[in-house]
Write a protein that binds this ligand. Structure first.
Ligand code: GLV
Ligand code: GLV
Length: 329
């Protein structure tokens, strides 16, 4: 019999159809918020699966999935997957880096600029009919050019943001688990600083680091208190990095000028206190969302799944296999 694969969400049919060359495909037709038991059921008879960040897959979901050999995540972040537990069961896990780097960096820069220059707030004000003639002092924001950018997480996307910032004449600071080679620092024109210095000196801080339980609420009240009251904070990584209640407090009290958030801890629910604030730009997790890039992500995930299940030109060697994680004790 042909191997069976489950596709957890509606993606692009013409690309997903490539799976049918090798597999029987069970494709989800409507955007779904699958219950954990439903995911377990879908995986029970599957040899492989294409999933997204909406679909948590862990030990409980694969316990009865004796044939499952590969899970291809459509996305670069894979905190929706218990990677160590899946790998311990012999399941290959892949993601989609690289193809979304530039698109995501574009959006991070746009979101930072929108927060600093109050673009969405100004538009709401105009649409509300509040514009009664040009006024010299309303809706004044903060400059991007010549300011100090702080990048937390200097992977591919962080470096993409640094490239853009160079064109705006920004001074660039970064913090990362591992310091980059000097040559790369020079190329990015970014200086390594410790975590505290980054937040103390940044006029605009941007979060682009991978999320895990270890860095939940890393950006807490203490971090926010270090920031300049004129500064902005932009998050295109994962919502759980920020203590959203502490952020809402800081924004409401004017201890932080503005924020740009594309990700939230309880997606798709957004903290009502954030919704009520004018000085935060809120977008629904769309940083990688250009049509070309979303298609490229699905295409890469399909290639990864085909290869991980032993077919196609890269049989047995998917391009984006996630390295073996160490099982937590
Ligand atoms: C989107 O958030 C991704 O990780 O690709
Ligand atoms: C994150 O994985 C990145 O590519 O920056």
């Amino acid at each position: 019999a042909r191997p069976r694969v489950w596709v957890s969400q509606p993606l692009f049919d013409d690309i997903v159809a490539r799976l049918e060359t090798h597999f029987d495909v069970d494709a989800t037709r409507e955007v779904a918020d699958h219950a954990p038991e439903r995911i377990a059921e879908a995986l029970r008879e599957a040899d492989g699966a294409l999933v997204t960040l909406n679909d948590p897959v862990g030990a409980a979901q694969v316990a009865a999935a004796s044939r499952l050999r590969a899970i291809a995540n459509v996305g670069v972040g894979y905190n929706n997957l218990e990677v160590a537990a899946l790998q311990a069961q012999g399941i290959v896990v892949t993601n989609t880096p690289d193809v979304l780097t530039e698109t995501t960096a574009d959006f991070g820069f746009a979101l930072m600029m929108a927060a600093a220059r109050r673009i969405t707030e100004a538009e709401r004000w105009l649409r509300d009919g509040q514009w009664r003639g040009w006024s010299f002092k309303s809706l004044l924001g903060a400059d991007i050019h010549g300011s100090t950018l702080g990048i937390l997480g200097m992977g591919r996307i962080g470096q993409g943001i640094a490239k853009r910032a160079a064109g705006f004449g920004m001074r660039m600071l970064y913090h990362n688990r591992h310091r980059l080679p000097e040559e790369v620092e020079r190329e990015c024109r970014a200086s390594y600083v410790d975590y505290e210095t980054l937040f103390a000196q940044a006029d605009h801080a941007v979060l682009v680091l991978p999320y895990s339980a270890q860095n939940r609420h890393l950006i807490d009240a203490a971090t926010l208190a270090r920031m300049k009251p004129t500064a902005t904070l932009t998050n295109i990584a994962r919502g759980g990095l920020i203590d959203e209640a502490a952020l809402a407090d800081a924004l409401a009290a004017g201890r932080l000028a503005a924020a740009g958030l594309d990700v939230f801890e309880g997606e798709p629910n957004v903290d009502p206190r954030l919704l009520a604030l004018d000085n935060v730009v809120l977008t629904p997790h769309i940083a990688s969302g250009s049509l070309a890039t979303r298609r490229a992500m699905v295409s890469l995930a399909v290639d990864n799944l085909i290869a991980a299940l032993g077919f196609g030109p890269d049989a047995g060697k998917p391009r984006n296999a996630i390295p073996h994680a160490v099982l937590p004790r």
